[in-house]
Design a binder for this molecule. Structure first.
Ligand code: GDP
Length: 297
């Protein structure tokens, strides 16, 4: 995912660390290259700009340029600033699923990987956190999507709400909550319908479902390959329905990685998980330290 960015930054920092003494001009020139590398990775302009500004101001102090290993000091500053950009000041708290049955609302555009991610997360909660999970598809437009969730549920050993034709999405949400309470489930995951684009009808439906479900977490699933578009989608969803976190899918692909770097800084919402493939276990908790490590090779 970050191969190009990683290569570009690797080149810049190799030169810096080999150089011995550094002047402020050396740092400024290197940061100019970092900025270009970030923009080529599809990081949003204001994020790239702030990043470079923060690193430059920390790296041009005499403590760095006069130190014995100035290049390495700059790399360390970049590393710390990457973590800050990826996650804000602190890693997010655990998902709020302590009060059973805790509703998790899954939202996003069609094709983003929402249904797959719903099942992946359900499996994870079941296996790692020993939660009893009930999944429900609210995609009344696409019976195939409902079937898909049911099939995945069978595959991973997680219950799905029986499909009742003719119900509206809020009615299904209501039934899912009731069933979750009666059945003693810890978590009820609601996989909402997506559309190809954000439109009023989609938002109205998500809002109606949200009001009924009263979710503890509203996770937006976005395609990590779409770079700044993913961030725009997150901004819109957050403004209209309010999200508590983001799942970036297709991070196994050869996208440029900009979505991961811009998401937190632009939306203020944490990336919770990353999807790394089609298989049910291909979901990773988002760990800014690990991602920063990957970016810096
Ligand atoms: P939805 O329309 O948003 O519910 O999307 P789906 O869950 O049906 O996913 C669409 C396609 O993307 C499916 O073929 C999934 O297997 C695939 N997919 C989902 N997440 C990932 C991921 O993290 N990596 C890869 N490579 N494919 C994924």
């Amino acid at each position: 995912m970050f191969e190009n960015l990683s290569d570009r930054l690797g080149g810049v920092f190799d030169r810096l660390t080999k150089q011995g003494a550094l002047t402020e001009d050396d740092v400024t020139a290197a940061m100019r290259e970092v900025r270009v590398a970030l923009l080529e990775a599809d990081v949003s302009l204001p994020v790239a700009r702030n990043f470079v500004k923060a690193v430059t101001s920390k790296a041009t102090g005499s403590a760095v340029t006069k130190s014995i290993t100035p290049g390495q000091q700059v790399v360390k500053i970049v590393h710390d600033e990457l973590i800050k950009t990826l996650q804000g000041d602190d890693a997010p708290d655990a998902l709020r699923i302590d009060n059973p049955p805790a509703p998790i609302l899954m939202v996003g555009l069609q094709g983003s990987g929402k249904t797959t991610t719903t099942a992946k997360l359900a499996l994870r909660l079941k296996d790692r956190e020993k939660k009893r999970v009930l999944m429900a598809s609210l995609d009344t437009n696409r019976p195939a999507a409902m079937e898909q969730l049911a099939i995945l549920g069978t595959q991973i050993g997680v219950d799905t709400l029986p499909i009742v034709p003719g119900q509206t999405a809020p009615q299904i949400a209501q039934r899912a909550k009731q069933q979750a309470s009666l059945g003693g489930y810890d978590v009820v995951m609601l996989d909402t319908a997506g559309r190809l684009h954000i439109d009023q009808q989609l938002m109205d439906e998500v809002l109606a479902v949200r009001d009924i479900a009263q979710p503890r977490e509203t996770l937006l699933v976005v395609d990590g390959l779409t770079g700044q578009d993913a961030v725009n989608v997150a901004t819109e969803f957050d403004g209209k329905v309010g999200i508590s976190g983001v799942v970036l899918t297709r991070m196994d692909g050869d996208g440029r990685g900009g979505a991961a770097l811009s998401m937190r800084a632009i939306t203020g919402k944490p990336i919770r998980f990353v999807g790394l493939g089609e298989k049910m276990d291909a979901l990773e908790t988002f760990d800014a330290q690990r991602v920063a490590g990957r970016i810096l090779g």
